[in-house]
Design a binder for this molecule. Sequence first.
Ligand code: NAD
Ligand code: IPM
Ligand code: MN
Length: 379
Amino acid sequence: MTVKIIAQIAGDGIGPEVIRQGRKAADAATAKTGTDLEWRTFPWGASHYLSTGEVLPDDAVDRLSECDSIYLGAIGDPKVKPGILERGILLTLRFGFDMYVNLRPARAFPKVPVPIAGADGHSIDMLVVRENTEDLYMGLGATGDGSIDEAIEAERGLYDLTGSVKLETGHRMAMQMGIATEPAIRRITATACRFARGRGDDSILLATKANAMPQLYGFWEEIAADEAKAQGIPMETMNVDAMCYHAVRSPWDFGTVLCPNLFGDIVSDLFAGITGGLGVAAGGNLGDGLGMFEPIHGSAPDIAGTDRANPLAAILSAGLMLDSLGEHRAAKTIDRAVETFLSENDGDDLPREMGGQVGTEAVGDRVAEIIERIGEETP
Ligand code: NAD
Ligand code: IPM
Ligand code: MN
């Protein structure tokens, strides 16, 4: 019997509600494959922070390093100032383990209502490959509460702003730096090419904003184009604003989309909206070591505790996790079970997010039953 240790960080809001269903699916899918999942639960998130003052303990990375993977719900709570937990937990783990790939597949499942005119008969199957360690997410910035001088002072020595910003004194101001390095662009572009090839896409599309921010995104385009060429995959480029426009009009034209961190965050929520909802949008953070798997949605405080959360994104994320752990058969079973659940049901039998009547726990139960039913057949 193989044992895989999974660090479970259920987090806040609907996080624990959907993680419970994903865990059920993962246990059911591995039950017959000779692998035992050992779940280690970590309490980090809003209630832990509010009751102890601790965001992440100093030994968090060491403790997680003993595990084979991290399975995360969502982090963030209206009672805590935005950024404290999101940066303090989620981004700290993504950066701390150098998980440089954020993989966000977006596909329209059978019978799931899609809010796009003319979608009937088209297959919508997109993949956002989001750079996950740089861009405006690096945390390099400052807010000058007194004056602009204070903020500039905070950054002086790191960057020479003279000439690129028209500075006036006497105003409050804030700044945030976007960073891109050649090795980071190369490794994410190479990854996008590899996934594109695996999916059978004949090219990748890079979405940036080189027209407005040529220093940062012109550099991105130049390095990514060179890397894609080296990988033997044609790369097209599009401004991300125009890409969003085209994506809502003809999403079936899109395949593998490579994005810098911030645009990838935004585009992946858009793609989720196009393909059936955040509740079905799975994600994985991958690097050369430990990976972390999480639905792309947040803690959804507006629906937490109401049995409205769609757990399919968390369930599919568990599938991505098992795949990364080499548990390909179990991963495939989860994927097929979600597809089966959605193709066997419509109307009231869909999750509430999709206009049906089925609550969080019941969706999880039905998917687990299907996994038990089809688990034997999956090759
Ligand atoms: P959100 O993704 O939590 O919610 C956006 C909308 O989508 C809400 O109306 C919500 O009800 C709905 N929704 C989300 N997931 C759903 C699901 N599974 N089923 C049905 N409906 C769902 O985004 P937000 O409101 O901007 O953020 C709420 C909190 O979550 C914030 O604190 C934010 O920082 C945090 N957040 C965390 C993560 C993460 O941990 N990975 C991701 C995004 C946002
Ligand atoms: C996501 C989230 C996070 C991000 C936030 C909570 C920091 O929106 O995982 O998509 O921006 O990456
Ligand atoms: Mn997001």
